[in-house]
Design a protein around this ligand. Structure first.
Ligand SMILES: Nc1nc2c(ncn2[C@@H]2O[C@H](COP(=O)(O)OP(=O)(O)O)[C@@H](O)[C@H]2O)c(=O)[nH]1
Ligand SMILES: [Mg+2]
Length: 260
């Protein structure tokens, strides 16, 4: 199974090299890394270019002109992964909140689980949040995910807001990425909701979600509030989707590779 890891970065200079090396060191041979950098002011893009020069067969970089949001970074990365003939696409943060050590288990799960998406999950049995988080922060995260999103969207995934997911590439094609309109943190909610409405099956493996190792989160209260309201928009937009509305899942015939 050919796996492309899509790593969006914005100011991850302290993390990106460790992250890429941790991924390349995994006992998975057919795994390549695609960094999608939004011209990070801290020079992450240059570090990523150096990594690509060091490992030309396994690491590549998409440079975008400026900070354009997590959602469009993932969609651009997913499309590039299709062009590279990925069988599966892994999405994860570049800050070590999503520990690469779980990746082999996720890959094995996708190969054996009769499912379409494997989530590295904080809220399935055995999953947990950073132990240094106060109870109020944990409560807010649990409430947002398990109560608020669950009640509005009835998602089966227990962790619908997290961004650690391994997708069969055909599922992302079948979903039709042009349907996905969110760009901020609701992107995670929208993609899993669309996938479930189209009848794709989710499996979850428990993870310990650590606080980012270095650098700054881009999450603020304003961003959280906006995300909360946008969940309603996601529901409204996609509530009528059914499995009959899947797009073709086959890869388009390979054309001479182009990059953007
Ligand atoms: N390319 C790109 N990456 C982003 C953008 N915003 C956040 N990221 C990356 O997306 C991941 C998640 O963001 P982060 O700030 O860690 O959010 P948090 O985990 O919710 O605190 C990290 O790898 C960020 O570097 C963006 O606008 N463009
Ligand atoms: Mg993070």
């Amino acid at each position: 199974m050919k796996i492309v890891v899509v790593l969006p970065t914005y100011n991850e200079a302290e993390n990106i090299a460790n992250m890429v090396h941790a991924l390349l060191d995994l006992p998975i041979t057919n795994l390549t890394v695609l960094v999608v950098d939004d011209n990070s002011p801290d020079g992450t893009g240059q570090i990523a270019d150096d990594l690509a020069a060091e490992h030309p067969d396994r690491v590549s970089v998409m440079h975008r002109a400026g900070k354009q949001g997590l959602g469009t970074a993932y969609i651009a990365g997913f499309r590039e992964a299709f062009r590279r003939g990925a069988d599966a696409v892994l999405q994860m943060d570049s800050d070590f909140s999503h520990d690469p050590k779980y990746v082999p288990e996720m890959v094995q799960a996708l190969e054996t689980c009769a499912c379409d998406i494997v989530i590295g999950s904080r809220y399935t049995k055995g999953g947990s949040l950073d132990e240094t988080w106060g109870w109020h922060r944990k409560l807010l995260s649990w409430w947002a995910n398990s109560v608020y999103v669950g009640l509005i969207l009835h998602t089966k995934a227990k962790d619908a807001t997290g961004g650690f997911r391994l997708w069969r590439a055909g599922v992302l094609r079948g979903m039709d990425l042009s349907r996905i309109r969110s760009n901020g943190y609701v992107f995670q909610v929208e993609t899993i909701y669309v996938a479930e409405k189209l009848g794709y099956r989710v499996s979850e493996i428990p993870i310990y979600f650590a606080d980012r190792r270095e650098g700054q989160s881009k999450m603020s209260f304003k961003v959280q509030l906006e995300a909360a309201l946008r969940v309603w928009q996601v529901w409204w937009r996609h509530r009528h989707l059914t499995p009959a509305m899947r797009q073709p899942e086959e890869a388009a015939p390979q054309v001479a590779s182009s990059s953007s």
